[in-house]
Design a protein around this ligand. Sequence first.
Ligand SMILES: [Zn+2]
Length: 345
Amino acid sequence: MSKAPHLTFDFNTSGLSRGHLIVPGGADHGELSLPIFSLNKGEGPRVLITGGNHGNELEGPLVSRRIIEWLPKSQTCGRIIVLPVLNPLAVEAWSRNTPLDGLNLNRVFPGRADGSVTQRIADAVSRVLLPMADIVFDLHSFGPTWDLPPAATTHPIADPDLMARTVRVAEAFKLPVTLVWQHNDTAGMFDIVAQNQGKVFVCAEFGGGTVGAANLAIYEAGVRNALIALGLAEGKVEYPTFRKQKFGQTLETHPSDWLKSPASGIFEPRCSVLDEVKQGDIIGILHPMDSLSADSIEILAPGPSIVLAIVSGAHVKANEGVAFLARPLNIQESGADQPARLVCQ
Ligand SMILES: [Zn+2]
């Protein structure tokens, strides 16, 4: 019988703690010891920041490290826990999924204590860390073959109050895009488990497979902005520009906005992220490579929209996504003018 997952320090200790989240071993892998940072400054919101959920999205771990350096001189109240790498096995392999069991950590929440190593990580996070947090920021990228502007995202949430609070916190990142992203493959996601417990969960998506200085600066500013807006930290809110563009819109996207490849081949993008397109505009061209006599196929915008994400260099299979469109959020008060500050003053 393995021991239960636990922290190597008492979370209620005031001040700064550095320790580990212990994920018990199992038949497939020994115990994991995930480095974790906690700064407890008393009353106020409790925020959990995680990176390295997917192993080929490395901005999250790097931004987490920067936030750990920034917090001791900036945090004024509340509690902030930072776990830079949720899945070290995937990060070491630069792999979206865990090589050992082939599982996507972000599809196995809340996990299983008696499961494989990925399920045990999810179980430890769900049982040990999640109860300690009111708000979760999970720092992702968008995978190595995609281009996407830095975005703070949420899925639609049935509870309108939690939805409004979540959108306000996401907008407080002041990233180029705030996104309400409706998609169908949500079973086992970290955010669904957290939202079902009434917690605000913002997933930051930091597009593209190459880690660059400009993008890291934007991501870091986004996380700082949100913590400042929540009243947890002192500092100056920044409004980062992305590729020299000023863009700060709240968008929504649906499964029907996902443009699929009509055939197998190399996708050539013909527009850039944040371009506004109208019906019939060429989004990209699919070049079949199995026959030189096969015609290249234009992929067209089905209606007026904004290009949110586009495949930036990949051989794709038939029916695989190549672009992802969006439009301005069209529900409710999006809360753009309301302060996101929640508790401590
Ligand atoms: Zn991810």
